[in-house]
Design a protein around this ligand. Structure first.
Ligand SMILES: Cc1cc2nc3c(=O)[nH]c(=O)nc-3n(C[C@H](O)[C@H](O)[C@H](O)COP(=O)(O)OP(=O)(O)OC[C@H]3O[C@@H](n4cnc5c(N)ncnc54)[C@H](O)[C@@H]3O)c2cc1C
Length: 303
């Protein structure tokens, strides 16, 4: 038996929504719409399956990558030689208890944002325009308008490399600007957030206002992975790129957005190679002209 056979046997005769596919194109599973095939793509719906995957990874020495909605991801043109995992089913739990919400890592941020607002709970209004999952938002400490996901966290539930579920405190996760230490665990499975009670109408209006501002100032129609670079301390990456005259600069099918300099768009069947060449071009240009290093925010898979 090899790891593929074991994976197949794991999903046979199971009465759950888990889905397993081999040689699956990853371009369907990320917002850039770019990337080669994964040797296996597994939508996991139970903790038991996830535990088995953690153990298989060690036993077979097969690479496993957990992804969310793929909204902050650039996947290699060569794809990924292991198992790409997305959380569904049990990981889509969403339970409110007064001002707290226990939410699975698979839940989408817009869904969380809308449900919290409808209950008059404030804190995640900023997330309506962020197309990621709760797991991705925890790992990346996603944020906007001065709010970050980590600020709301009471506890994080994660799975260790051995397949054991553990609870982590906010301090354990060491949230900072678009960063946490949660990547050190096999998988983030959920969190408890503390929200602030308020008036549902007011929270909904604020959520909608922030969303409207975002879609006015950022590209939403074309495929992209959000901000390509982190804002260097004291600077706006988008402004630096704009000031260097790089808006609209193109390599292959990848172009710097004309609306917001920190977004790279896949306009015409761009490859990951096109995107990375454009990234290097921007980094070199900004360093030369402004003396500032731009660090990528978008995460790489399969490189
Ligand atoms: C149009 C657009 C607008 C955006 N606006 C914003 C914004 O305003 N603010 C902002 O911060 N971001 C923004 N983003 C980026 C992105 O949506 C966020 O970073 C989001 O939190 C990523 O979540 P995801 O589920 O898509 O993660 P993915 O892109 O799938 O993954 C990101 C990283 O997290 C890891 N990961 C994901 N889930 C898990 C898990 N359960 N366990 C362990 N590791 C995991 C992946 O391996 C990868 O390294 C935007 C993106 C787009 C396309």
């Amino acid at each position: 038996m090899d790891w593929k056979e074991e994976l197949r046997s794991l999903t046979q005769n199971q009465n759950n929504p888990s889905k397993l596919r081999f040689d699956e194109s990853l371009s369907k599973h990320n917002y850039f719409g770019i990337g080669g095939n994964a040797a296996a793509y597994f939508e996991v719906s139970t903790v038991e399956e996830l535990t088995t995957l953690a153990q298989m990874r060690r036993r077979w020495n097969v690479p496993v990558a957990i992804i969310g909605r793929g909204s902050n991801l650039l996947v290699s043109d060569a794809g990924y030689s292991g198992i790409v995992v997305r959380l569904i089913g049990d990981f889509n739990r969403l339970d409110f208890d007064q001002n707290r919400v226990d939410v699975g890592a698979g839940v989408s941020l817009p869904r969380l944002s809308k449900l919290a607002a409808s209950r008059g709970l404030s804190g995640v209004e900023f997330a309506l325009g962020i197309p990621g999952s709760v797991g991705g938002a925890l790992v990346m400490n996603a944020g906007a308008w001065g709010s970050s996901f980590g600020d709301l966290v009471e506890r994080v539930e994660a799975m260790t490399e051995e397949g054991e579920l553990i609870d982590l405190s906010r301090d354990d996760a060491q949230f900072s600007y678009r960063h946490s230490t949660l990547k050190n665990y096999f998988c983030v499975t959920g969190t408890t957030l503390a929200l602030t009670p308020g008036d549902a109408g007011e929270v909904e209006n604020r959520m909608q206002d922030l969303y409207n501002q975002k879609i006015t100032n950022q590209p939403f129609a074309e495929e992209n992975a959000g901000c390509m670079f982190k804002n260097p301390s004291g600077y706006s990456a988008g402004k630096l790129i704009d000031e260097c005259g790089l808006k609209g600069y193109r390599i292959g099918g990848a172009e710097v957005s004309k609306i917001h300099g920190n977004f790279i768009l896949n306009l015409d069947s761009a490859t990951a190679h096109n995107v990375l060449s454009l990234v290097r071009h921007i980094q070199d240009h900004v360093k030369r002209e402004r003396g500032v290093d731009l660090e990528m925010e978008v995460q790489l898979l399969g490189f």
